[in-house]
Design a protein around this ligand. Structure first.
Ligand code: ZN
Ligand code: ZN
Length: 954
């Protein structure tokens, strides 16, 4: 029997089972639409930011996937045709490094293995170990379409990469050129600016004397000093530059210098770029090893001398230093200069040094021949798309960041000197030295017909292929009827959920490529695709960071990294998801606190126990022939005006909660949505409704069966609907309990395929909701007051006591503070604007008050109540009838304090209401609220005075 729930909630016992079930049953597959599938809801598509194939799931992923999964489950249940496409990235550098390390540990090198064997080895690695992170996602229940899983090196996606490269080349937007790149001597490849992280390090500034040479070629005995932080680069100096207005050196212009250690003569040139304040004001020019010097050399038509090889050793251009590692060479050069009396000084200097993001090696700016994309035309289109509002950023501030970056964009260096990746489809000719770029591997040079051609050894930057994903996963450039149907339905995708760290790496590049290539595919009606429909996604949601409980960034060096898989093992996926959701709102980092996860596990446990209570009552009801009709479930419950108050009230609460949750999710306010459901389930449903409904569930033979059946039906209806409401947040728990509610015969394969609760928009329903809400609120306040007073005066919890109420000093509370849900009109509430109305509510719901506040008898009095066992509130005075020895002085003290508090409140309210500029600016409802509050405080003050006066005098 599915309803035989184990006593204790144990996530481990249910989660694996359902995770496996969802994948096996292909529940979240979204097939290519066919003509007759039209009308199955609006497509809603997102791509999973593909994790590296080498990756393991960390807290950031879990957060990103939780946010995405909540949205996707909610959208799916709200009737959208949801498609969430998963996949992994081949991650050029990261994967190559990993496999290389493996090979080295076996005592070999990648070079010994050779390119072909190495690539084969990487594929093998990928087969065995790749995609760990996707398995972790499966276990955590991400509702992606596993049928569409891709890998960026798949045949289909590789075709897209090749087409994009060839197309851009044909359009004259790809060129090959010598340029200063960030070179990692460890990875032996160029890396992009974005893959370099800078760190301040204390180093030195060396001042070196360059001898001035006379016209006759002899040293003049004079020197010009230059300053450098990298003395080893002097081996490649081609000039020294000074500022054209620098009086100190102008007389030297036109003369030559002898480059120390190398002996060659180099010119002194004038350039305004030189900063007169830095170092000595004279700058050595090393075009092959510094981007500024490179630009300077171009201006002055100077040659470039590259003095380093791929591994960061001095090459054959380095004279006596050839073969030395760059830092060994640095030491030797400084020592040699000192020995020759050419070292003018050494100063301490803090350098901002670039490191390889992957391997942490210090990056060497170095001249090399690379492939580039002329990015401006693509960037212009991509900027236009955002400027015209075709892509919306949340939080909005990232739009500004996007534009800032796009305004300062440089040509994109797309070649990497790796073996793992998409090899550039270009062939070099040994005869005419021209390049052939082709869609199909050529047999001969396209220019001279020579057969002596060899393919470029470089591969493409990983972001080149991932930038194409939104078009390539739907089949571009091979537009067949099937891919066309996918493209028509799912492109542009609806949303991208990702982190700000890849805003430029990935998000901007997808926008550029999408806007550039998607135009190939016409719209479903055959008309050309505009820029608005070429964008890869309509919205970008940038999520925040998960930090540790002390708001510190998680890092391995700090040792504060939390492994989500470990936490899930202890608390269950649902509790971890709920923790993340309850703290997530746009632009706010999360301080992950395990105490909250414990709390949400308790929440899951509370729901589990509620289900057990429910099933126990279903069984007992069956014993007297009462069965809840399953067809009553699966929709938004309603309650007639004749139904008991708690039934009307819980339906009202459910309606208001659904409205608030739907609205919050629409605005990416996961926190508001989660907290609203939490309050409903724990507070309204478990703490209040379940306690009250026990009054109606009478299974004795003499009971009124129709009353019990009605109460039980509402109970099951509301619980089932609440499970659906919670399902996107806690998919496992709700799946388990939902199947149990239907006793193993559910109307769908999964709760995830049912409808999400929507508020009923109907004025009659609104009326009932408002009416029940205000009445129940009055009862809740009374119960809370009785409970508080019992505690204050120390009445035993089990003791049942009589209470007396005095409603003479009554103030109308006004409109009840119903949850502000969309679609709820707060009109025509049957509020009680006099004490008789309130008395009627208390009288007709005595059973509820008795049960919840442990009250034996409830009477009304119009003579003022006095004594320490009395409390005043705005619309009623309450006294517990209980023998008490009055501690007059303590009671006087309490009341005096209360009076002081009210007086203070009054003064502040009066000050605000007397402030004209405040009144002019404040919204009308705020002013109204303040006036109401002032009146209430005045009443409470009056009541406190009466109580104080009534105390026996000493
Ligand atoms: Zn590196
Ligand atoms: Zn040729």
């Amino acid at each position: 029997m599915p309803r035989d729930l184990p006593k204790a909630y144990d996530p481990a016992a249910i989660e694996d089972h359902w995770a496996e079930y969802w994948v096996r049953e292909k529940l979240f597959a979204q097939p290519t639409p066919t003509a007759d599938a039209d009308g199955n809801g609006e497509p809603y598509t997102i791509l999973l930011p593909p994790p590296n194939v080498t990756g393991n799931l960390h807290m950031g992923h879990m957060f990103e996937h939780t946010e995405s999964d909540i949205l996707m489950r909610w959208r799916r249940m709200s009737g959208d045709r949801v498609l969430w496409v998963p996949g992994t990235d081949h991650a050029g550098i990261a994967t190559q490094m990993l496999v290389e390390r493996q090979i080295v540990s076996e005592g070999a090198t990648r070079q010994q293995l050779g390119r072909e064997a190495f690539v084969e080895r990487v594929w093998k690695w990928r087969e065995h170990y790749g995609g760990v992170i996707l398995d972790q996602m499966k276990r955590l229940g991400a509702s992606v379409d596993w049928q569409r899983e891709y890998f960026t090196m798949d045949e289909k996606l590789s075709v897209a990469v090749r087409e994009a490269f060839v197309r851009l080349h044909e359009q004259g937007l790809i060129y090959r050129g010598a340029y200063i790149v960030n070179w990692c001597p460890r990875c032996q490849t160029a890396i992009s600016d974005l893959e370099v992280f800078h760190e301040e390090q204390s180093g030195h500034l060396w001042e070196i004397r360059y001898p001035v040479v006379n016209k006759d070629g002899k040293d003049s005995g004079k020197f010009l000093s230059v300053a450098t932080t990298r003395p080893e680069t002097m081996l490649g100096d081609v000039a020294v530059a000074i500022h054209p207005e620098d009086e100190r050196y102008l007389h030297l212009h036109g003369k030559k210098l002898r480059l120390p250690l190398m002996g060659r003569e180099i010119p002194i040139i004038l350039d305004e770029w030189v900063s007169r304040d830095f170092g000595t004001g004279a700058v050595k020019v090393t075009p092959a090893h510094d981007p500024n010097d490179f630009a300077l050399a171009e201006r002055h038509h100077l040659p470039s001398i590259n003095v380093m090889d791929d591994t960061g050793h001095i090459n054959a251009e380095g004279g006596a230093y050839t073969g030395l590692d760059r830092y060994v060479a640095r030491k030797k050069i400084v020592a040699d200069l000192e020995e020759q009396g050419l070292l003018a000084g050494i100063k301490d200097h803090v350098n901002n040094i670039g490191h390889c993001d992957r391997c942490k090696t210090v990056v060497e700016p170095r001249l090399s021949t690379q492939w580039f994309i002329k990015i401006q035309p693509l960037a212009d289109k991509a900027k236009e798309a955002v400027r015209q509002g075709h892509i919306k950023f949340t939080p909005e501030m990232y739009e500004k960041t996007y534009f800032e970056w796009m305004e300062n964009i440089h040509d994109w260096c797309i070649s990497r000197q790796l073996w793992w990746g998409h090899r550039i489809p270009a062939w070099h000719c040994a005869d005419c030295h021209k390049i052939t770029v082709a869609r199909v591997d050529p047999a001969a040079c396209a220019h001279c017909g020579s057969k002596k051609i060899t393919q470029e050894t470089d591969v493409l930057d990983t972001w080149f292929s991932s930038g194409l994903l939104p078009v390539s996963v739907f089949g571009w450039p091979n537009i067949t009827p099937e891919t066309r149907a996918d493209f028509d339905a799912f492109y542009p995708t609806s949303l991208l959920v990702t982190g700000f760290d890849i805003l430029f790496f990935w998000v901007a590049r997808m926008i550029m490529f999408g806007c550039w290539f998607a135009g190939d595919v016409p719209l479903p009606d055959g008309s050309p695709r505009s820029l608005a429909d070429s964008v890869p996604f309509r919205e970008v949601y940038i999520h925040a960071l998960v930090r540790d409980a002390n708001r510190e960034k998680m890092s391995k060096t700090k040792g504060n990294v939390l492994d989500p898989i470990e936490i899930v093992k202890t608390y269950g996926t649902d509790a971890v998801r709920f923790t993340l959701a309850s703290m997530a709102s746009p632009g706010t980092d999360i301080a992950f606190n395990i105490a909250r996860t414990e709390g949400y596990r308790a929440f899951a446990n509370k729901i589990w126990n509620a289900a057990r209570f429910l099933f126990m009552n279903i069984d007992r009801a069956a014993g007297i022939g009462i069965v809840v009709d399953p067809s009553a479930l699966g929709k938004m419950p309603e309650a007639e005006q004749s139904a008991p108050l708690e039934a009307r009230w819980i339906v009202a609460e459910l309606n208001a909660t659904a409205a608030k949750v739907n609205q919050s999710l629409e605005n990416y306010r996961y926190d508001d949505a989660a907290n609203t459901i939490y309050q409903f389930f724990w507070g309204s449903f478990c703490d209040w409704y379940l306690e009250i409904v026990k009054l109606r569930l009478d299974f004795s033979r003499t009971a009124d069966k129709s009353q019990t059946k009605a109460a039980l039906t509402t109970l099951v209806q509301v619980f089932e609907a609440a499970l659906r409401l919670l399902s996107p947040f806690m998919p496992f728990l709700t799946e388990e309990l939902w199947h149990a509610v239907y006793d193993g015969n559910p109307p769908a394969k999964s709760i995830a395929l049912t409808r999400y609760p929507q508020t009923i928009q109907d004025s009659k329903v609104d009326y009932r909701i408002g009416d029940a809400h205000s009445k129940m609120e009055a009862i809740q306040r009374l119960v809370a007051e009785v409970r508080a007073l019992r505690k204050d005066i120390g009445i035993d919890e089990k003791l049942v006591v009589p209470i007396v109420l005095d409603l003479t000093h009554f103030a109308n509370l006004g409109e009840p503070s119903l949850l502000n849900g969309e679609g709820l009109t707060q009109q025509n509430f049957d509020t009680f604007d006099d004490s008789a109305g309130l008395r009627k509510i208390f009288e007709s719901n005595q059973d509820i008050i008795r049960r919840l506040a442990r009250v034996s008898d409830l009477t009304f009095s119009s003579t003022p109540l006095i004594g320490p066992n009395k409390r005043s509130s705005i619309d009623f005075d309450l006294m517990i009838v209980y023998e008490l020895t009055i501690d007059v002085s303590a009671e006087r003290e309490r009341l005096t304090k209360e009076i002081a508090k009210y007086e203070k409140g009054l003064i502040s309210a009066e000050r605000q209401l007397g402030n004209d500029s405040f009144l002019a600016k404040a919204p009308a409802n705020v002013v109204e609220g303040l006036k109401k509050q002032e009146a209430n405080t005045r009443l409470l003050l009056e009541k406190a005075h009466i109580s104080l006066d009534a105390l026996p005098k000493d």
